[in-house]
Structure formats: structure tokens, C-alpha cells
Ligand binder design. Structure first.
Ligand code: FJE
Ligand code: FE
Length: 326
């Protein structure tokens, strides 16, 4: 079991067995290991806050469940927003700008077609990821693809540090097949960013971050390392699970769980249904954040300049001049 592996990993000095050691017979050792409640981490992360994602309208007729970004959870440095979106034509997110952060769109159902002012265009489908570094400026549309069915997914906004806010925009697009998976003991992980269960994502995270999609079968448990100094949260997509401590109450779908500092997270699926959740963690930027809708800068003066740049098609918004999505 993974728990045992981790215990070995974190045992600083395994006891050496001397010749005169009296070892318990095998049946006693088994009983001991079954009742052994030693935690998998030195400093297990616990749930400090459980917030239901709140339904609200966004874009043009779209509905989002906002986890991070709602008033009770304004941000969790470096994370600015997590929207669990659900949108069917003709609703969508028509032409709008971004500056100063990254958007990560992860599809769960249907498809989303994006078009930007630089001619970049594509459709992402379930399991695909678009990691967009808006940097100094992107203007784009994000609309549900195809036949009128509802498209669903998660959009995570990750802040950029002051030195990166005005970099050239960049896309990293990963198809489902390109997202590495690992499976063991009833736990499956899709590694969108960072590393888990021995597999690593090729995504470059300008703000150091991890983003993992876990599926746990009934009775499965998981122990995931998380860098100590990073902020982290869980968003439950489906089912229910016990997070942080085996004694904590279970958390159901559409809740954000903010985690305390620590070196890892343990999760138990004690239900009879599949549990699916994303775990995100990131290195805090520790800079002032001034947000005006889709512009995120450090000061109000920078926001004022951004609005001027956008209105006058300058400093990264040049291509906005004669552009409209089709
Ligand atoms: C936005 C207007 C918008 N949540 N989740 C204003 F349209 C948007 C916006 C989105 C968005 C897009 C997708 Cl694909 C998924 C979303 C908001 O595009 F963020 C602001 N501020
Ligand atoms: Fe957008």
C-alpha cells in the first residue's frame, strides 16, 4: 500500500535490526500494521475552510459555480479564481480581454472553441487542457462547441508575479492523450501540472504550481506530497471524500477545501461511489493584487493604464484594432 511506502520514505532513520532482536511473530505484526494509525506525513495538511462554489452568471448567459474568487474566498495566492462552468449555445464567453495572469481551462464534458486576436483558434474537448499565459494581453472568445449540448469544465486563474505580468502571451495545449496518467490501488491521477505517482507533466508553470485530477474508487486512499510552503486547495468534482484527517467529516461535490500548511494531503473514499477531485497547489507570490474584472495587476495605477491600453489598442492590445471573433 502507498501509505506504507510513504512511512518508509519519511522515516528519517530506519531502525537497524540486530542479531539479538526479538521480533514479533508474523500474525502479531499484521495486527499491528492494521491498527497502525501513524500518519503518512510529518505535517499532514488539514482542511481549514470548506466553501461551496456559488452559482452565478458570467459572460453572456453562462452559469459558473465560483469557488475561489467568490467573496468568502477572494483569492488563495497565487490562485485568483476557480470557475466550474456550464454553458450551452448560444451562451458563452464572447470577446473579452485578459492581462497579468494565466487561465487554465480543463474540459469535463462537451467542447469549448476559443479564438484570439492573433489568429489562434481551436477546440478543446473532455480531458484536454488549455494553459494560457495572458501576460501583457490577450483578447479572445470562449464559446461552447458543436451541437447544442452543454459544455462543462473548470477554469483556474493563476496570478503572475510583477516581473511576468507583461510577458508575451503563450499557449500550452495538451490533448487528453498527452496528459500523463498513473493508476495504483484504486487511485488514478491525471497530471495536468507538476508530478504525482511517479509521472510528471510537461507543462511549464511560470508561477510554480501543481494541478492534479484524482479519481478514487470506493475504499481507495491517497497520500500526495505537496511542497511545504505552497498554498493549496481541493475542488470536489464528483462523489464525496474524507480529506486531511481520517476523523474529519466528508466533503461533497462542488465544494472548495482550503488546506493548511504541511507536506502532504491524505484522502479516503469511504463511500460506495467514485470520488473525483482536483488538487491545486502553488507558490505564493506575496505581492499586492489589484483586480478589475479580467485585468490583474499590482497597483491601481497599473489597472488604470491597462484600461487605457485596452481602449487605445496599445502595449499588447494592438491587434484589437480591427478584430472581432467570427
Ligand atoms: C470573465 C467576462 C467573462 N469564468 N469560466 C468577464 F466572460 C469572463 C470569462 C470567464 C470564463 C470563461 C470560461 Cl471558458 C470559463 C469563466 C469567467 O471569460 F472572467 C470576466 N471577468
Ligand atoms: Fe477568457
Amino acid at each position: 500500500m502507498r501509505a506504507i511506502k510513504h512511512k518508509l520514505l519519511f522515516n528519517p532513520k530506519p531502525a537497524t535490526i540486530r542479531a539479538n532482536d526479538i521480533r514479533a511473530p508474523a500474525f502479531i505484526r499484521n495486527i499491528m500494521s492494521e491498527s497502525d494509525q501513524a500518519p503518512a506525513f510529518n505535517r499532514p495538511r488539514l482542511v481549514t475552510k470548506k466553501v461551496p462554489a456559488k452559482l452565478q452568471h458570467e459572460g453572456d448567459g453562462a452559469v459558473v459555480r465560483r469557488g475561489i474568487g467568490r467573496s468568502e474566498l477572494k483569492s488563495l495566492d497565487p490562485f485568483l479564481m476557480l470557475d466550474d462552468f456550464s454553458v450551452a449555445p448560444p451562451a458563452g464567453f464572447p470577446d473579452h480581454p485578459h492581462r497579468g495572469f494565466e487561465t487554465v481551462t480543463y474540459m469535463l464534458q462537451g467542447g469549448m472553441t476559443h479564438q484570439d486576436f492573433a489568429g489562434h483558434k481551436g477546440t478543446i474537448r473532455p480531458g484536454d487542457v488549455q494553459w494560457m499565459t495572458a501576460g501583457r494581453g490577450i483578447i479572445h472568445s470562449e464559446m461552447p462547441a458543436g451541437d447544442g449540448t452543454t459544455s462543462k469544465g473548470l477554469q483556474l486563474w493563476i496570478n503572475l508575479s510583477s516581473k511576468d505580468k507583461m510577458i508575451e502571451p503563450r499557449y500550452q495545449e495538451l490533448l487528453k492523450e498527452d496528459i500523463k496518467r498513473a493508476e495504483s490501488d484504486g487511485v488514478e491521477v491525471r497530471v495536468i501540472a507538476g508530478e504525482s505517482m511517479g509521472v510528471r507533466s510537461p507543462v511549464f508553470t511560470r508561477t510554480p504550481a501543481m494541478y492534479l485530477d484524482f479519481t478514487l474508487k470506493p475504499r481507495a486512499q491517497l497520500h500526495q506530497n505537496i511542497p511545504e510552503a505552497w498554498n493549496s486547495f481541493v475542488y470536489v468534482i464528483e462523489g464525496e471524500g474524507v480529506f486531511g484527517s481520517p476523523n474529519s467529516s466528508s466533503a461533497a461535490a462542488h465544494h472548495v477545501l482550503v488546506l493548511s500548511p504541511g507536506d502532504g494531503l491524505s484522502v479516503w473514499n469511504r463511500s460506495s461511489k467514485t470520488l473525483r477531485f482536483v488538487l491545486a497547489a502553488g507558490q505564493p507570490i506575496n505581492e499586492p493584487v489589484v483586480q478589475y474584472g479580467p485585468f490583474v495587476m499590482n497597483t491601481q495605477a497599473e489597472i488604470d493604464r491597462t484600461i487605457e491600453d485596452y481602449q487605445h489598442c496599445r502595449n499588447g492590445f494592438e491587434m484589437a484594432k480591427n478584430w472581432r471573433s467570427q
